[in-house]
Structure formats: structure tokens, C-alpha cells
Design a protein around this ligand. Structure first.
Ligand code: GLA
Length: 391
């Protein structure tokens, strides 16, 4: 757990002044995976794990970055932003680059990053850094950006500076999260609705495989391209089709079936959107059992059709799927590592974590980290200072 007092103290030691501190949370996603960049729906929520950034203005054009997690410094020049060898500072500098591209007047600043969103855990730690940076700079330089503007800037930073052709879900959730609610977001129109997520008697348990396969990045981008190929095939016959959102199964069967891989990717996305909309009705009816079944179906689709799971994630789902205390489980996020999300009967949480940890170690040799996530508000100012001035 990041302690804002500790971060403030650290910042004071480094820069001899009080910082502005921003908190931006990580996220879970109940259902709706790889649908965001296909103009579909997602059902995420912000959680109690968050990134904290402490900032103040400098008198020059330098950005002094420090990440507590890596005990690492980096200095960049705002007028000559260069991509450092890929590391955590890319998420900050990517946001700076987007602001400059949009002609926002920003000057040098100090930034210290801390937090407890597990890196590579599939809880969107990178989006949390980007959103925290965007909100920090918006506040520090009085840029008057809306939350949606900041979401779009953070997403572009990830796409252009980091190189992951991600959708909007992670950033939107970090900015728009609401305590005890999931967000049903239409990624085409950005319209959204909050659904209360009643956690009476159940808990959301994240089981972290503790691994991140190196192909995660390139495979993510190639999945996106395959979905676009499917759209292009349908478009030849239906020019109005802009994304998989405008495609139905009949069109897929007719125009895409000859390319089995592309067909499977697209089919998963179409089915996932349907599952999500039906899942929202389950939640409204308080039918968590029906919702849980859909989570298992999502995992199967992600594993067999979209092919973004991996042995370790499949093992984690297999280990719980016949356990009557687990209502639903699936891999979460982009895939190839990270965690599974499990809805578990409250009384059984501890026992389940113990059992799965033992079995997982036996089968894979890896340690399992487990978190019970609560749903919290989106990004906010965690501590202000009366004078946001130079060191
Ligand atoms: C990553 C991306 C998101 C989304 C998910 C998969 O988290 O950043 O935009 O595509 O994968 O649903």
C-alpha cells in the first residue's frame, strides 16, 4: 500500500518542497476482453491498487523522474524528448509528448512515482501511470482538460510512445471509476453507465500467475491487426462497416470463414460483446451465478479462439472451475500472463487462495500472488499544496 505521507517525505528529501500528489487506480475487468479496440463494450472497475505521483514545477525545461519501485532516476529535456530505452519513464514522457503535440504550455517538473499496482499483473499499471501523470500535469499547469481529454491523451501516449496499440478501457477506468460500481462502457460512443456491483457474500479475487510472457506486446498488436483484417473482408461487401461492432455472424460466416484464424478472432469478439450485454442483465437481476458462467465462457473463447491465454492462466482457471465456491473465473486483460479474476464466496476466500497456491506451485514451479480487490473511485488529487512552486 502506498503511503502518501511517505511519498511526500521522500519528495521533500529529494526536492526540498511539498508536492502535489495524484492517485490513479489500476483496474479489473469483469467481462469484455479485447472488445475495446473493436468499438465494442467493456465492464471494468477501478480498484484499491493505485499509482501515486508526486510533482512540482521546475524553473527549467527538464523533467526529473524517479520511480521508487525501481530506485531509478531519469532526466529528460522537454524540448528534446527522446524515447529512453523502454522502461517505466516512457509512460510519463509519452503523456508529456502528447501535451506538447497539442500545444499545451508546460515547462519542466519533478515527478516521483510510487504505487502498489503489480507491474505486468494485468491490472493496467501503465495506464495508471499515464492517467496519474495527465491529471498531475493538468492540475500543475492548469491545462483545463476534461477527464475524457486526459483519457484520450493517455491512450495516445501508450500507442505512440510505448507502441502498444491499446484500446481505451484501462485509461477510461482509471479516470472514471466509481466506488462499488462497474462501468458499462460503449467504446464506440464513449457513453457509459455505472452498475452497482453488490459484493454481498462474494469477493473479487485476483490470482496473479507472476509471469509475463515476452510475446504479450507483439501478440496484442497482431490480434488487433487480425480483427482489422476481418473488418476489411466484410467491408468489401458492406461498405458501411467500420469495425467489428457493425459485423454480425452471418457476415462473418459468409466473408471471413475461409481465413480460419481471422474468423476465430472476430467470432470471439462478436460473442464477447453479446456475453457482456447479457451479463449486464444478470447483474441487474442479481444473478451472479449466471454471470459467473459467462466468465468461464469468456476464458474459453480467449484461450481457444482469440488465443491470448497461456499454460499458466489455463491452469489457474482449471484449478478453480469445479470448485463450488468459485462463481466465475477467467484470465483478465491483454493476456500471455498477468492474473485471473475470480468471483469467490466470501467465506471460502482464504482456503481457496491456500489451495490454489499450493497446486499452482506444484504444477508450474511459480509462486502465486493473490489479492482481494475492492472497487474504488477513479483518479483524484490525494494531497495538495498551497503553493505549487519551484524548488
Ligand atoms: C489491455 C489493453 C486494453 C484492452 C485489454 C484487453 O489491457 O490496454 O485496451 O484491449 O488489454 O481487453
Amino acid at each position: 500500500m502506498c503511503d502518501t505521507d511517505r511519498l511526500q517525505k521522500l519528495f521533500r528529501q529529494m526536492h526540498h518542497t511539498d508536492p502535489l500528489i495524484i492517485r490513479a487506480p489500476g483496474r479489473i475487468n469483469l467481462i469484455g476482453e479485447h472488445t475495446d479496440y473493436n468499438n465494442g463494450f467493456v465492464l471494468p472497475a477501478a480498484i484499491d491498487k493505485a499509482i501515486y505521483v508526486a510533482v512540482n514545477k521546475r524553473n527549467d525545461h527538464k523533467i526529473h523522474l524517479y520511480a521508487e519501485e525501481y530506485n531509478e532516476n531519469y532526466i529528460a529535456d522537454i524540448e528534446k524528448l527522446r524515447q529512453p530505452k523502454f522502461n517505466w519513464s516512457c509512460y510519463v514522457l509519452g503523456v508529456v509528448e502528447q501535451l506538447i503535440k497539442r500545444n499545451y504550455a508546460i515547462t519542466g517538473f519533478n515527478i516521483v512515482i510510487d504505487g502498489d499496482v503489480p507491474v505486468g499483473g494485468g491490472m493496467a499499471s501503465s495506464a495508471a501511470i499515464e492517467c496519474a501523470t495527465a491529471l498531475a500535469l493538468n492540475t500543475l499547469f492548469d491545462l483545463r482538460l476534461s477527464r475524457l481529454d486526459m483519457v484520450k491523451i493517455a491512450q495516445k501516449a501508450e500507442q505512440e510512445f510505448v507502441g502498444l496499440q491499446c484500446g481505451i478501457m484501462d485509461m477510461f477506468t482509471s479516470m472514471f471509476g466509481k466506488k462499488d460500481h462497474v462501468i458499462c462502457l460503449d467504446c464506440r460512443s464513449y457513453e457509459y453507465e455505472y452498475f452497482p456491483f453488490k459484493q454481498d457474500g462474494v469477493k473479487i479475487v485476483l490470482l496473479n500467475s507472476s509471469i509475463r510472457h515476452s510475446l504479450a506486446f507483439s501478440e496484442y498488436n497482431s490480434r488487433r491487426r487480425e480483427c482489422e483484417q476481418g473488418v476489411a473482408l466484410v467491408q468489401q461487401h458492406h461498405p458501411h462497416v467500420q469495425s467489428l461492432r457493425d459485423v454480425n455472424m452471418e457476415m462473418l460466416d459468409k466473408y471471413v470463414a475461409h481465413d480460419k484464424v481471422v474468423y476465430n478472432r472476430c467470432r470471439f469478439v462478436l460473442e464477447e460483446n453479446e456475453r457482456l450485454l447479457a451479463g449486464c442483465i444478470d447483474l441487474q437481476n442479481n444473478d451472479i451465478a449466471a454471470f459467473g458462467k459467462k466468465m468461464y465462457a469468456t476464458h474459453k473463447g480467449l484461450s481457444k479462439l482469440f488465443e491470448v491465454s497461456c499454460t499458466e492462466l489455463d491452469i489457474l482457471v482449471d484449478l478453480v472451475k469445479n470448485n463450488s465456491n468459485v462463481i466465475g473465473a477467467r484470465m483478465m486483460g491483454g493476456g500471455f500472463g498477468g492474473c485471473t479474476i475470480n468471483i469467490v464466496k466470501e467465506d471460502a476466500v482464504e482456503e481457496l487462495i491456500y489451495e490454489v497456491r499450493e497446486a499452482y506451485r506444484e504444477k508450474t514451479g511459480f509462486n502465486l500472488a493473490a489479492y482481494v480487490a475492492s472497487i474504488e473511485d477513479g483518479a483524484c488529487i490525494a494531497a495538495t499544496v498551497t503553493s505549487l512552486y519551484h524548488e
